[in-house]
Structure formats: C-alpha cells, structure tokens
Write a protein that binds this ligand. Structure first.
Ligand SMILES: [Zn+2]
Ligand SMILES: [Zn+2]
Length: 209
C-alpha cells in the first residue's frame, strides 16, 4: 500500500508515510501562530515598516483582501474545523465545538487534529486529502507572510525536512544580494544552484534515489 498523500510505498498498513505525517503535524503546529502573524500583514507594506502608522490613520486604510480572506470564515479556521469535524465523525465522535474568537477556534481545531495525529496517519481515510490540503494552505499562508518584495524568483525550496517531506517554500533573490536563504527552513542556496532550482531538477545531497 502507498501513502495516500504522496504515493510513497509503505512497508506497513497506514494512510500516511512518516514524512507526510511529520509535515502535517508541523504545519498544524505552525498555523495558529501564522494566523496571528497575518494580522500584521493586513495593511499593504505594513510588514516592511514603511511609513509611521499615525500618518495613515487619517486616511481610509487600504486592506489586503488576500490576507483578510485567509483570516475570515472560509480561510484557515474553516479548513481546520472542517477536517477536525470529518476526523471526529470518522471516529464516531460528535461534532467539535466551534465557539469563541476565530483566533481561539483556529488554535482549538489545530490542537484537536494534532492530538489525533497518530490515528489520522494510521487509519483516517481522509488523511491523504487532508495532508495535501493543509500543505497547500500552509504554502499560501507562507507566501502571504513573506515580507520581501519579490525581485527574482528562483523556484521553490528543495530541502528535505525529514523523511521525504520537501519544504517547497518560494525562494527569491533579495535585492542587492547573491545569497538565497529559505525563509521557512533557513537552507542556503549559492548562485551556482539557482539554475537547477529554477528548472526543478535539484536533488538534495544525501537524498535517497
Ligand atoms: Zn507521504
Ligand atoms: Zn526551505
């Protein structure tokens, strides 16, 4: 049988391989803090610290719709709560409570899923879809949180976070720099590697063939 998220062959009966299991757990652990961090990115340019806040208070505040959507119903909170409800339903449990502030609901839903991560990886029939959807969500959130103005995109981070879970965060060459460092996992890419990265043919050192 194969991992239902990445199709890696498994040597035992399970839904997720170790890499997808760990990646899912890590992302669920990151999302509540990222939800809070997004609040600082609601105003265009806010993350770069350009302009004193006092000056813009008098004008209508421009708001980044993409960040607003991610923090509103239908964004992070809904993805997490829907998966938690599906998981509880599959275990024969009642629906989880959805109460309190959105911030608290995000935290509760992520925690509820992480507390059941072993069962999810071993038995939850929706585990593959869940792992892929949370990975995509995490990628979108990371892109919104990336405060660097894009200068040159050189593809996505090829670092293996362990067990075949590829980081996949967007990589950019900052203005006036010849060093690319992944904002997510801190892996550094010298200029000699950029072409391989951009063409997607990168193979991390020591990666299993
Ligand atoms: Zn997998
Ligand atoms: Zn990375």
């Amino acid at each position: 049988m194969n991992c239902t998220a990445c199709t890696t062959p498994l040597d035992h009966a399970a839904q997720l391989c170790d890499g997808c299991d760990r990646g899912l757990d890590t992302r669920l652990g990151e999302l509540p803090a990222q939800y809070l961090l997004l609040a600082e990115h609601l105003r265009p340019g806010a993350a770069r610290g350009d302009g004193p806040v006092a000056l813009v208070r008098e004008a209508p505040l421009p708001v980044r719709e993409d960040v607003l959507d991610m923090r509103a119903a239908g964004g992070i909170v809904t993805v997490l709560e829907e998966w938690r409800a599906a998981m509880q339903d599959a275990r024969g449990w009642g629906p989880p409570a959805r109460s309190g502030t959105v911030e608290r609901r995000v935290r509760d839903a992520a925690r509820g899923l992480r507390m059941n991560i072993e069962w999810i990886a071993a038995e939850f029939a929706g585990a593959g879809d869940m792992a892929r959807e949370i990975r995509a969500l995490s990628g979108q959130v990371n892109a919104l949180l990336d405060p660097a103005p894009p200068t040159l995109s050189v593809g996505t981070c090829a670092a293996d976070l362990g067990g075949g879970d590829i980081c996949d965060a967007p990589l950019r060459v900052p203005a006036g720099s010849t060093t690319v460092r992944c904002r997510r996992c801190r892996t550094e890419y010298p200029p000699s590697t950029w072409l391989t990265l951009a063409t997607g043919t990168w193979a991390p050192a020591g990666a299993a063939a």
